[in-house]
Design a protein around this ligand. Sequence first.
Ligand code: PNS
Length: 169
Amino acid sequence: MRRVVCPGSFDPVTNGHIDIISRASTLFDEVIVAVGVNQSKARLFTADERLSMLAEVCDGYDNVRIDSFDGLLTDFCRDRGARAIVKGLRAVSDFDYELQMAQMNSSLAAVETVFVPTSPEYSFLASSLVKEVATFGGDVSRLVPPLVLKRLTERLSGRGGAGRPGETG
Ligand code: PNS
């Protein structure tokens, strides 16, 4: 079985992430979407909230499952029996850092990184920008799934539970 890990912070998941997850699901037998839950980083959404939004928006993909990890990504890949990591590349500017991480990861474990070019309509899209635009009342409805838009709106208006409005993470 060809199993791949698609890692990220997903704070929150965007249509750009879904584009990569969906295309990875056609290339591999199983895709594990892995939410990094590094406690030291400030996030708008808790790990549980990020996992639950991903679970809902990936519900239609039979070979995609959602998981979380803390610590090294390569340890997680080893534990789950995954020999590959999939990453989206939005622009050349992503490449330097992504290449460095891919080389570090393959030096730590027998894990290859596969880069998938982001679809052009999402090449500018990042969770941090979505949060910033939404914080100032901009329209992000074309950039995130409806469920995420609802949670973002609630969180930023202070109606959405334990979050921290204004933090961009
Ligand atoms: O969505 P992001 O914030 O770009 O995701 C970054 C993530 C979680 C994929 C990256 O920070 C990561 O892999 N963290 C795990 C820690 C680790 O393995 N570090 C060494 C990478 S070379």
